[in-house]
Design a binder for this molecule. Structure first.
Ligand code: 13P
Length: 251
């Protein structure tokens, strides 16, 4: 059975005090509720340990937004999967289009990061998605297939079962231009078929595939009502409890 997940990606936002306020605020409002999905927040490295200690991590999973492609050693400024796991975080967002575009993360680097995350007991939330020119050229199916193949196809079936995928069309990120639920359903179904061809129908059926890109309280219900859309990865609208809670409650 696949899980539904609503995950926030705070990106480069919030001081530690602001992040703690946001996380504990969400923790408070979820206390009396039983959401029909898992809830995750992707926070800056500096906030991981404090937030994991301040909230009920059985109710809200904590995610890092990146991790090193090295285990340990002389790599100044890097944060390893083992370090992330040691804070109480359970997830790591990998392959976000912002990391691919601005920090030149290649499919090979991402493959290493996925492997290290899994080896350290973290659930990778692995992001894929095409840019506008690729969509307009009708290449979006090809693009996501390549991204999945290059970074995930070497995994064992057992490890693949621990991966969450997030489809985030780059043209919809931070633009206010959401994919329609038809567009999301179409490509999610395609991604699932690609996964089925490699890992088998059951593994593909069990894989959680999130949608990301200008998801908000107004469009979340429509998106998550589609059979192949298992939740969302939310940027801007995850930065306040008032905006994030209705998305959690879209299920
Ligand atoms: P927005 O929700 O701000 O468009 O960001 C989506 C995203 O990139 C989540 O990872």
């Amino acid at each position: 059975m696949r899980k539904n997940i609503i995950a926030g990606n705070w990106k480069l936002n919030t001081t530690l005090a602001e992040g703690l306020e946001l996380a504990t605020g969400l923790n408070e409002v979820l206390k009396g509720k039983s959401p029909k999905c898992d809830v995750v927040i992707g926070v800056p490295f500096t906030h991981l340990a404090s937030i994991a200690a301040a909230i009920d991590t059985r109710k809200i999973g904590v995610a890092a937004q990146n991790s090193a492609d090295k285990e340990k050693g002389a790599f100044t400024g890097e944060v390893s999967a083992a370090m992330i796991a040691s804070t109480g975080a359970k997830y790591v967002i990998l392959g976000h289009s912002e990391r691919r575009a601005y920090y030149h993360e290649t499919p090979e680097i991402l493959q290493t990061k996925v492997n290290l995350a899994l080896a350290n007991g973290l659930t990778p939330i692995f992001c894929i998605g095409e840019v506008l020119e690729e969509r307009e050229a009708g290449k979006h199916f090809q693009v996501v297939d390549k991204q999945v193949e290059a970074s995930l196809f070497e995994l064992s079936a057992e490890d693949f079962a621990k991966v969450v995928i997030a489809y985030e069309p780059v043209w919809a990120i931070g633009t206010g231009k959401t994919a329609t639920s038809d567009q999301a359903e179409e490509i999610h179904a395609h991604i699932r078929a690609t996964l089925a061809a490699k890992f088998g129908a059951k593994a593909a059926d069990d894989c959680t595939i999130l949608y990301g890109g200008s998801m908000n309280a107004g469009n979340a219900k429509d998106l998550v009502s589609r059979p192949n859309v298992d939740g969302g990865l939310i940027g801007g609208a995850s930065l306040s409890v008032a905006n994030f809670l209705p998305i959690i409650e879209a299920f």
